[in-house]
Design a protein around this ligand. Structure first.
Ligand SMILES: *Cc1c(COP(=O)(O)O)cnc(C)c1O
Length: 399
């Protein structure tokens, strides 16, 4: 009999969103006349930009004509898109070559698939709380995971601990779920630590376009030395509304090198290229043309307008927390507000309390790691009207 990968037995049951849905539907059955406002949405709600949709239409028409039809494309992505992404990196302060850019169907797959490139006996450092994909994919591979604590004391921005040895380090900034964002000096410290330990940083920048503070780095490659030790994952999901369209990109610099035990040089860029050409056949042409349009001046205006709507909602939530004296992170350079549950409640108790008393739904922090037990996530992806109404109801909890 085939032996299955028993490491799957080590995965924690992922019941967060199903449990939220269950509690909301029970509440609605008991209270059919009460409205519920959802500020737990982890998905974008605004439609794609007009110029992006037009580019998709044009590409679809090309696919319908013999002269312009395209079959298999390059696994790494078409040059027109890789070059557009390279130009985007220049604008946000980093020099990246087009052949260091790999187009994919999103950052979730890439942050998971990258584990193929590393030996199973590496130690992985993962912040807690964080996006659950990093923990689960490394658990599937049976890697040793060490957590670093995000707490109120470090503003949910854990820093390297020199006494801990790690080979692979996951960082997500601006962070999901905490909305916290590393500054330049903090990222410099992480890069120094990685270089000193011969470690690789896996940097998730899915929310880079939400950074409005000009002093904060939008890519880890704006930090000196990062090209020798960091892989960066980004996605058009949150930045341009591509959660259903599917397109992301991963930067694997050519300068990240290692030596095998028998003395042969290994290049992470070459290995990722080999991995992708073996296991992946590229993103649809139509989607890549849409992604290219995101990086045009008109596409950038459209994306900025979307982000501005979400950021305004985030500010409305953050202002309410300020007014009520509730401790929080995020809400400024991020669509997430992460706050300490009031009244000494744990996050699931507060979930029920807020639903019952205010009719507002959010996401309990416990779903993102043990340090989230007494914390709670609200998102800015609902519309302005509902966000204002939700905050009115939220204030009533404090009357
Ligand atoms: C939403 C999100 C992504 C994007 O994933 P896609 O697969 O590109 O949709 C990546 N990382 C984090 C932390 C996210 O929240």
């Amino acid at each position: 009999m085939a032996r299955f990968n028993e490491r799957f037995l080590d995965l924690k049951e992922s019941y967060l969103f199903s449990e939220v849905a269950k509690r909301v539907s029970t509440f609605k059955e008991k209270n059919p006349d009460r409205d519920v406002i959802r500020l737990g949405i982890g998905d974008v709600t605004l439609p794609l930009g007009g110029s992006v949709v037009q580019a998709m239409h044009r590409a679809a028409d090309e696919m319908g004509k013999a002269e312009t039809f395209r079959g298999y494309g390059p696994e790494q992505g078409y040059d027109f898109l890789r070059e557009a992404i390279a130009r985007h990196y220049k604008e946000i302060g980093a020099d990246i070559d087009a052949d260091e850019i790999f187009v994919s169907d999103g950052a979730k797959s890439d942050t998971g698939n990258i584990t193929d490139l590393f030996s199973a006996d590496n130690t992985v450092l993962i912040p807690d709380p964080v996006y659950p994909v990093y923990v689960d994919t490394n658990t599937m591979n049976g890697r040793n995971i060490v957590f670093i604590n995000g707490t109120a004391e470090n503003d949910f921005l854990p820093m390297p601990d020199r006494s801990v040895r790690a080979d692979i380090i996951y960082l997500c900034s601006p962070n999901n779920p905490t909305g916290a964002c590393y500054n330049r000096q903090q990222l410099e410290e992480w890069v120094d630590y990685a270089l000193a330990n011969d470690a690789v940083i896996l940097f998730d920048s899915a929310y880079e376009s939400f950074i409005s503070d000009k002093e904060l780095p939008r890519t880890i490659y704006s930090i000196e030395g990062a090209k020798k030790c960091a892989v960066e994952f980004c996605s058009l999901s949150k930045t341009a509304g591509f959660t259903g369209t599917r397109c992301g990109y991963t930067i694997v610099p050519k300068a990240i090198k290692s030596v095998s035990p028998d003395g042969r040089e290994m290049s992470l860029n070459k290995m990722w290229n080999r991995r992708q050409t073996t296991k992946f056949n590229g993103v649809p042409y139509v989607v890549q043309r849409a992604a290219e349009a995101v990086f045009s001046p008109e596409g950038q205006r459209e994306s900025k307008a979307m982000t501005a709507v979400y950021l305004e909602n985030a500010h409305i939530i953050a202002d309410t927390m300020n007014e009520l004296g509730v401790r929080y992170t995020g809400g400024i350079n991020s669509p997430y507000i992460w706050f300490e549950c009031p009244f000494g409640m744990d996050s699931w108790t507060f979930f029920d309390h807020m639903l019952e008393k205010a009719g507002v739904v959010g996401t309990p922090g416990a779903g993102f790691g043990k340090n989230g037990d007494k914390w709670f996530r609200l998102t800015a992806f609902n519309n302005k009207e509902n966000t204002i109404e939700a905050m009115k109801c939220f204030r009533k909890l404090f009357d």
